[in-house]
Design a protein around this ligand. Structure first.
Ligand SMILES: Cc1cc2nc3c(=O)[nH]c(=O)nc-3n(C[C@H](O)[C@H](O)[C@H](O)COP(=O)(O)O)c2cc1C
Length: 200
């Protein structure tokens, strides 16, 4: 499918065929595409939890006020991120570059994020958001459906997945085959309302 058709076809699907499966090849293809998403200074704040255990899946659904797509969908992925990733082995993110470039980028990264807690958190969330869109579009390109979700109790979900101290949960995404069409689009703002030239 052409990328623009994929973008139009992707919708938030809330009812899934519980018998459908995502093939392992497709799942890995989607997740490997996610790894190519851009991040500031190539920090790659993300860590992904694939929830395969049905009992854990039920706990997540309970923490999400009973949103049934969580147990119906073939796959459930929790997108987590580490706001401190900029300060944890930063050479790692430039491992394949030459040492001069690596030293320069690691220095710039530290100068940019050190002491700025809000910016560190914003960056982790930004990384999750871009990864999420890559995941959803890649899935649609392979014929699957998704729903991004933040409708859950973050503290409860953190306990369920044993989220490490200091990490955050960006969102969760269900992945599978639609059993019911999405609601009609709710009302996209026109370009004239959201696109300005040079300044507000
Ligand atoms: C960050 C985020 C959180 C969302 N949380 C939920 C959710 O908890 N439950 C749900 O059913 N849909 C959720 N949605 C889906 C939105 O309702 C949906 O994206 C929006 O209505 C536009 O519809 P579309 O994705 O089909 O174009 C979420 C979407 C985003 C981007």
């Amino acid at each position: 499918m052409d990328l623009f058709n994929v973008i139009e076809a992707r919708r938030s699907i809330k009812h899934y065929d519980p018998h459908a499966r995502v093939t392992e090849d497709d799942f890995l293809r989607i997740m490997n595409a996610v790894l190519l998403s851009p991040t500031s200074y190539n920090i790659q704040h993300w860590r992904f939890i694939r929830v395969t255990d049905t009992a854990v899946r039920q706990q997540v659904e309970d923490a999400a006020w009973g949103q049934t797509q969580i147990t119906q969908a073939s796959e459930l992925i929790v997108l987590c991120a580490d706001p401190q990733a900029w300060d944890e082995l930063p050479e790692h993110y430039w491992a394949d570059s030459d040492s001069d470039t690596r030293t320069m980028m690691v220095g710039m990264m530290g100068d940019f994020y050190r002491g700025k807690a809000q910016l560190q958190r914003d960056e982790a969330i930004r990384s999750c958001g871009i990864a999420a869109q890559t995941l959803m579009l890649s899935a649609k390109a392979l014929g699957y459906d998704t729903c991004p979700m933040i409708g859950f109790d973050e503290q409860k979900l953190a306990e369920i997945i044993a989220l490490p101290q200091g990490y955050l949960i960006g969102m969760i995404i269900t992945l599978g085959k639609s059993a019911q069409a999405a609601w009609p689009r709710a009302g996209q703002l026109p370009l004239s309302e959201v696109l300005k030239e040079n300044r507000f």
